[in-house]
Design a protein around this ligand. Structure first.
Ligand code: IVH
Length: 669
């Protein structure tokens, strides 16, 4: 059974009171502004249609939130009010028509037009030009004393400039955290394992309402004036626009986007212009404010319950909306990176319908403490990709997001190294998601050097399903190539020839062409020279791999995992079957090196060179350097503090050289 009107009103009031508390008192909103606006609008409509349920303590009749007990209270001498809203051109026309009639004004009204800054309202009281008090809006009548905090905001003057300012002057405006500073601040907070703020407005409010002013001092806050409260003993202009210019003259900051406009047309032009500027402004705005410019007319119009009749806000489309996280998909990028993607109940935000949003990586999911079924806040600033900024406390059923262990495309293993946030598919040669990239890399100059096989041709060949892996290149015919864009007989023949030609290669180039992670030109060359054959390299374990120059634990892990994937093996076999070959690597024993065929183990620390330098010197002389002592070891070089390897050498009766003997050996080799 549907709720009765009374129940509906009472439920809305309770909910809105809870939202107000979270937003104003805790600086931690529990719904988006857009959702809040819809609910308060609904409440006002219900109350207007059913005046029998009117109540002075309805949240529709009050402004803002309760003050925090911990702050001293400030009674505003003039209440700090709110603004009414219009949401369309026709609502703006109605607004202007209403006030023009009320004033019995014959000509079009002039408006001072200002950006609606998305921050925190603040009142600054100057006495004899000195800043004596700063207060938050609070519930509109009583705010919090934040004088100490406000004094740390760099662009707020502690004393006014000039001399013609009123003896007592209350300046009102908004404290914001500029967007660039917000991004920097949040990145820093997140990298230090802290939570970060959901948006710049929360960041500003959370930073200003600190009991410890030294914390506020470290936050990049800025203030912009938009109005005047108390004025005693002083002359102010009779236009709102001119008054703002007076504030500027006295040293108070204004936004750059303030203008004087005539009638609805002028206002709407300014609205369009500001919407276009929105993405490039240094601060976040959520709309535009139109204010009757003439102060006398303002006074004649006066106020309704909580807002002036002479001003209204025209909101821009919301940049934050809430919706439901339906599922998480895992996408494989062209280099194998696995990206979790949120599947959302479609929601209109920032001017477009959003149904997917990247979650970047597993760390981001953990940071948001996200679960499937959660209600989430989606943020999409103009021209910026949509983001999930928060998961709201959820009453419904939610389930954990499980990260896959195998690739959703090719079912190869997914590898995520310690200290790395990105997980990757290891089936690089085979995986459909990585096809184009793998083939392009295979054909590149440094690798197999197939002339004429550029990005565009690879894309067309893959899209036409003529090739799936690099091995398929060797089955292509000129007839298959000719229909491709900008190809023709001659180019096709040349390409087929280049493909055939590349079969005669070098081991290092072939290794590079496989696209093993972190195996670049130098590493491929070292691997080829060390292992000499593909079979030996494929059999090598992590330890054996680490004996190669430049190969540390991470690269060794990548190599082992790569060769372990059955799909990669299939492609390698197909490449060899297609006829790829290379000249035998010169075996080290055939080199005219004095230490050829000898195996050394280094242990302890040397005083004249690092262990790596010693290793290189030995290898240059044709010796093999191993990390463990076995019967096959010929010499152990024992530096200072040599441990178990020395004991083992002695037990096996292997010749041990001290540093001096080792240097001697090098000098005379
Ligand atoms: S004038 C009596 N001008 O919007 C008029 N307010 O919803 C009171 N705001 O609490 C406000 N930019 O925090 C005014 N250019 C602007 C504004 C602005 C942002 C905020 C302000 C106020 C709220 C009203």
């Amino acid at each position: 059974m549907p709720d009765s009107i009374a129940q509906q009103i009472s439920k809305l009031r309770q909910q809105i009171q809870k939202y107000n508390y979270n937003y104003y008192t805790l600086d931690s909103p529990s719904i988006t502004d857009a959702e809040y606006d819809r609910q308060i609008k609904l409440l006002r409509e219900l109350e207007a249609r059913h005046p029998e349920f009117a109540s002075s303590d309805s949240p529709s009749q009050s402004v803002g939130g309760k003050v925090l007990e911990a702050f001293s209270k400030v009674q505003h001498e003039l209440p700090m009010l709110s603004l009414g809203n219009v949401y369309s051109a026709s609502e703006l026309h109605d607004f202007i028509e209403r006030i023009t009639k009320r004033l019995e004004h014959a000509t079009e009204l002039d408006f001072c037009v200002e950006p609606k800054l998305d921050g925190l309202a603040i009142s600054l009281l100057y006495e004899q030009g000195k800043l004596v008090q700063a207060a938050t809006r609070g519930d509109g009548s009583v705010g919090e004393d934040v004088t100490h905090n406000v004094k740390t905001i760099q662009n707020i003057p502690q004393t006014l400039s000039g001399s013609d300012f009123p003896a007592r002057l209350e300046v009102r405006g908004e404290v914001v955290m500029p967007i660039a500073d917000f991004i920097r601040f949040n990145q820093q907070a997140i990298s230090e394992g802290n939570k970060g703020f959901v948006n710049p407005r929360n960041a500003a409010a959370g930073s200003l309402r600190q009991l410890d002013a030294t914390i506020t001092a470290q936050r990049p806050l800025a203030f912009y004036s938009y109005g005047i409260g108390i004025v005693e003993q002083g002359q102010l202009a009779d236009s709102h626009y001119q008054r703002l210019q007076q504030l500027k003259k006295w040293g108070l900051p204004l936004t750059n986007e303030i203008s004087l406009e005539t009638g609805a047309e002028g206002c709407l032009n300014a609205y369009q212009k500001l919407r276009q500027q929105r993405a490039n402004l240094p601060y976040e705005i959520d709309g535009i404010v139109y204010k009757v410019d003439n102060i006398m007319l303002q006074e004649r119009l006066g106020f309704v319950a909580r807002a002036p009749r002479w001003a209204t806000a025209h909101k821009f489309p919301a940049q934050e909306e809430q919706t439901k996280l339906l599922d998480v998909e895992f996408q494989v990028g062209r280099t194998g990176a696995i990206t979790p993607v949120a599947i959302l109940e479609p929601v209109f935000v920032g001017g477009v319908t959003v149904s997917r949003a990247s979650l970047h990586n597993a760390d981001e999911i953990a940071r948001l403490n996200l679960k499937i079924g959660d209600t989430v806040i989606i943020r999409r600033a103009a021209d910026v990709i949509p983001q999930i900024v928060q998961a709201l406390p959820n009453s419904g059923v939610s389930s954990e997001i499980i990260f896959p262990t195998t690739c959703p495309i090719c079912s190869s293993e997914i590898e995520r190294l310690e200290n790395e946030s990105i997980a990757r598919c290891t089936g690089g040669l085979y995986c459909a998601a990585q096809r184009k990239e793998a083939i392009r890399y295979f054909a590149s100059r440094k690798a197999m050097n197939i002339d004429g096989l550029g990005v565009k041709v690879v894309e067309q060949l893959v899209d036409a399903q003529l090739i799936n892996t690099p091995a398929d290149l060797f089955n292509l015919t000129a007839e298959q190539l000719i229909p491709l864009e900008r190809m023709g007989q001659k180019k096709a023949d040349n390409l087929i020839q280049a493909i055939a030609h590349c079969k005669q290669t070098h081991f290092a180039k072939f290794l590079l062409a496989l696209g093993i992670r972190e195996v670049g030109e130098a590493t491929a060359k070292n691997l080829a020279e060390h292992f000499l054959t593909l079979e030996a390299l494929q059999k090598a374990n992590k330890e054996a791999l680490q004996e190669v120059d430049d190969v540390g634990e991470v690269v060794a892990q990548h190599i082992v995992t790569f060769f372990r994937q059955p799909h990669n093996q299939t492609v390698i076999q197909a490449l060899l079957a297609a006829g790829i070959h290379w000249p035998d690597m010169p075996a080290k024993t055939t080199q005219a090196h004095t230490l050829s065929g000898k195996t050394f183990v280094l242990t302890g620390s040397l005083t004249h060179m690092s262990r790596n330098e010693a290793k290189q010197a030995l290898q240059a002389l044709g010796a093999k350097v191993s990390s463990s002592v076995s019967k096959k070891t010929d010499y152990v070089i024992a530096g200072k503090d040599a441990g178990s390897k020395l004991n083992k050498a002695e037990a096996l009766g292997i010749e041990v050289l001290n540093e001096e003997a080792f240097l001697n050996l090098l000098n005379h080799a």
